[in-house]
Write a protein that binds this ligand. Structure first.
Ligand SMILES: Cc1cc2nc3c(=O)[nH]c(=O)nc-3n(C[C@H](O)[C@H](O)[C@H](O)COP(=O)(O)O)c2cc1C
Length: 207
């Protein structure tokens, strides 16, 4: 499948075929592509929690206004954005320094620039960054899933605080999205929703 086909064929699943298991092997392939996503300073702010156990899925569904597709999905995936991703900057860059991809001077510069940006801009920026970077990551997850034959639905219809508490998540992790993943039940396909023409959402002097 080339990218054009992928972009045209990815849809938000309305309903999944019940009882389909998603194997670790497929999840790993999906995450191997997803990890190539861009992130600010390559800080990789995104974490995922894959929930396949029926009871655990049901708990999440309770905090997601009972959305039925979570019940029939093969897994519900919680996408977290890490507000403190910048604190891991030394780990990210020390490996590159050891491999001589960067020298000591570049290493120090990266650390200083990262800390200056994130500490200088403060908490609001750290939170925005967690959401911004996790959202980009999650989009790539959905394309990678489609590429390997899995359908998804991104979901913001959930109680963020309740999910955070349910999962005992660390304070600096924000549940940004849920992604239901499975095999779409194609008896329930909706036509693609209206899309604005390009001229309505792009300002380009040549238009
Ligand atoms: C941030 C975000 C939140 C969404 N939340 C939900 C949701 O809670 N439940 C749901 O069924 N669909 C949800 N959707 C899916 C949208 O309804 C869907 O993407 C839109 O209708 C366009 O359809 P398409 O993805 O098939 O092109 C969400 C999509 C996005 C990007």
């Amino acid at each position: 499948m080339n990218f054009e086909e992928l972009a045209r064929e990815r849809r938000s699943a309305v309903k999944f075929i019940e009882g389909v298991q998603i194997p670790d092997e497929d999840l790993n392939k999906i995450f191997e592509l997803t990890k190539l996503s861009p992130s600010c300073f390559n800080l990789q702010h995104t974490n995922y929690l894959v929930i396949r156990d029926e009871e655990r899925k049901e708990k999440i569904r309770e905090h997601a206004f009972g959305q039925y597709k979570i019940k029939t999905a093969s897994a519900v995936i919680v996408v977290f954005g890490d507000k403190h991703a910048y604190k891991n900057v030394e780990n990210i860059y020390s490996g590159m320094k050891m491999l001589k991809m960067i020298d000591e001077c570049e290493y120090k510069e990266m650390i200083e620039q990262t800390n200056t940006l994130y500490e200088g801009k403060g908490e609001r920026f750290q939170e925005d960054e967690a959401i911004r970077n996790a959202s980009i990551h999650a989009m790539n997850f959905m394309y990678a899933a489609k590429y390997y034959g899995w359908d998804t639905c991104p979901m913001v219809g959930f109680d963020e605080n309740a999910v955070h508490k349910e999962l005992n998540a660390l304070n600096h992790l924000i549940p940004v999205l849920l992604i239901a993943i499975g095999k779409s039940d194609n008896s329930k396909i909706r036509q693609r929703g209206y899309r604005k023409p390009i001229s309505e959402f792009v300002k380009n002097e040549s238009f």
